[in-house]
Design a protein. Structure first.
Length: 429
């Protein structure tokens, strides 16, 4: 992509309305623009990142055996009346009537709809187990939308739903999703701590919230320091992990036998990026999602639901990866891998080297944003630091005369002077 033609409205000034780093940086880096309170347009740069995050989530869901479908954003109120949640949901639900005066709503979540789909299409225990998911926009009329896309009203969520014949099966599905979540967040460079969100006994509620630790997080959390050691390892030791004390502040109890002594207990702030939940037959009973069991008798299916805040994750990643100059994307979710800076656009030798590198990298499938604008070097450096691509490849007249370019790592700040060939070899490796 050529910077000269790219729709990337970066801002020098810090927008006054943004209170936290990720919100400020997403506005400044030209990734989002607010269209109404808590409702955003995703500009090209932001949209690229959102799609990368979404794709990682998708790959790990698929790897765990979940199957993707797509439910609509608009739902009929009828199914919510069946489950009993139509009244209970309150003002967060955006409700409206269509031209035939039928009550409709913009889905804040999809338990009812997926239960209806399952009920109408699965008849036998032989179709179990199943995990179905979609990645779809949700609307919740939050009282206080804030922190940009972190707490929006319209936001992108991945929500999966599991269907099993009995509790043992439901627990296996839950564990599959639990594992998939840890892998998903890890691939994005995040440590997300699974927090017991409810102390309910086994057989009742089984639920975890996944929190990314960050000073600007909205939730208070307490956890065993051993978690940091476990999380640093490549292989995730679920057994060990599930025994550790980690709770949101509402559940924190210093007298709990599992609570570690003060010197091993960490208190921090967290951003809730995922929430998984086993809820048994709550919806299947209310809505008649019943299959014929092995003995022919009808059995209401055991269900769970598993959400990930796909758009919120972008905010969480930026909270974890930024400095005073801008964003520092982990490569897995970066909008482009390389920012190519031509220090003297118009200089024949510089232009030639840059054009060649741009072409070679693009042909090799490396995503490059080429700053070919006729602008001062300082402006280009500041912009590139702000949008935070992992690598900056810089070509100026002096170096180019000797076949030398500079390669900078945005996260470490390390700079290397290399031949054009060596730089390209590193970036295509
Ligand atoms: P919160 O406690 O932050 O309001 P929630 O518990 O209501 O979230 P869930 O119903 O568990 O949210 O939704 C699944 C995931 O969707 C959450 O873990 C979060 O990452 C994301 N999410 C929920 N509400 C929002 C929002 N208003 N804006 C962006 N992401 C959200
Ligand atoms: Mg939640």
């Amino acid at each position: 992509m050529r910077r000269s033609t790219y729709f990337l409205p970066t801002l020098k000034e810090t927008p006054a309305e943004a209170q936290i780093a990720s919100h400020r940086l997403m506005l400044r880096a030209g990734m989002i623009r607010q269209s109404a309170s808590g409702i955003y347009t995703w500009l090209p740069l932001g949209w690229r990142v959102l799609k990368k995050i979404e794709q990682i989530v998708r790959e790990e869901q698929d790897a765990a055996g979940a199957q993707e479908l797509l439910m609509p954003t608009i739902q009929s109120a009828d199914i919510w009346k069946e489950s009993g949640r139509y009244e209970a949901y309150g003002k967060e639900m955006l409700r409206f009537n269509d031209r035939h005066d039928r009550e409709m709503l913009y889905g804040p979540t999809n338990e009812e709809l997926i239960t209806q789909i399952f009920r109408d299409n699965a008849k036998s225990y032989r179709e179990l187990p199943k995990i179905l998911y979609h990645i779809q926009w949700k609307f919740r009329d939050e009282v206080r939308p804030r922190f940009g896309i972190m707490r929006g009203r319209e936001f992108l969520m991945k929500d999966s739903y599991s269907f099993d014949l009995d509790f043992e099966g439901a627990k296996r599905s839950y564990e599959k999703m639990f594992n998939a979540y840890l892998k998903t967040f890890k691939r994005m460079g995040l440590t997300a701590v699974p927090m017991a969100a409810d102390s309910g006994a086994i057989g009742g509620n089984l639920t975890h919230e996944f929190h990314v630790l960050a000073e600007t997080g909205e939730s208070g959390v307490f956890y065993d320091v051993a978690y940091d050691e476990l999380a640093a390892k490549d292989a995730i030791d679920l057994e060990a992990l599930s025994k550790l004390y980690a709770v949101t502040d509402e559940k924190h109890d210093p007298n709990d036998p599992n609570c570690p002594p003060p010197e091993r207990l960490k208190s921090a702030r967290g951003i809730e990026v995922g929430h998984i939940f086993y809820f048994g037959t709550k919806y299947s009973k209310a809505m008649g999602a019943v299959v014929a069991g092995p003995d022919g008798n009808p059995v209401p299916v055991e269900m769970g639901s598993y959400g990930i805040g796909v758009s919120r994750l972008m905010g969480a990643i930026i909270e974890a990866y930024h400095d005073d100059k801008g964003i520092m994307w982990p490569e897995a979710v970066a909008p482009f891998k390389v920012g190519l800076i031509n220090l003297k656009t118009g200089d024949a030798a510089c232009d030639k080297v840059c054009e060649d590198m741009y072409r070679t990298l693009s042909e090799q499938g490396v995503e490059v944003l080429y700053d070919d604008r006729d602008d001062r070097a300082g402006v280009k450096f500041a912009d590139m630091d702000l949008i935070g691509l992992p690598w900056q490849l810089v070509a100026g007249p002096k170096g180019v005369a000797n076949g030398i370019v500079e390669l900078k790592n945005r996260q470490t700040g390390d700079k290397q002077e290399l031949s054009v060939e060596a730089a390209l070899a590193l970036l295509t490796a």
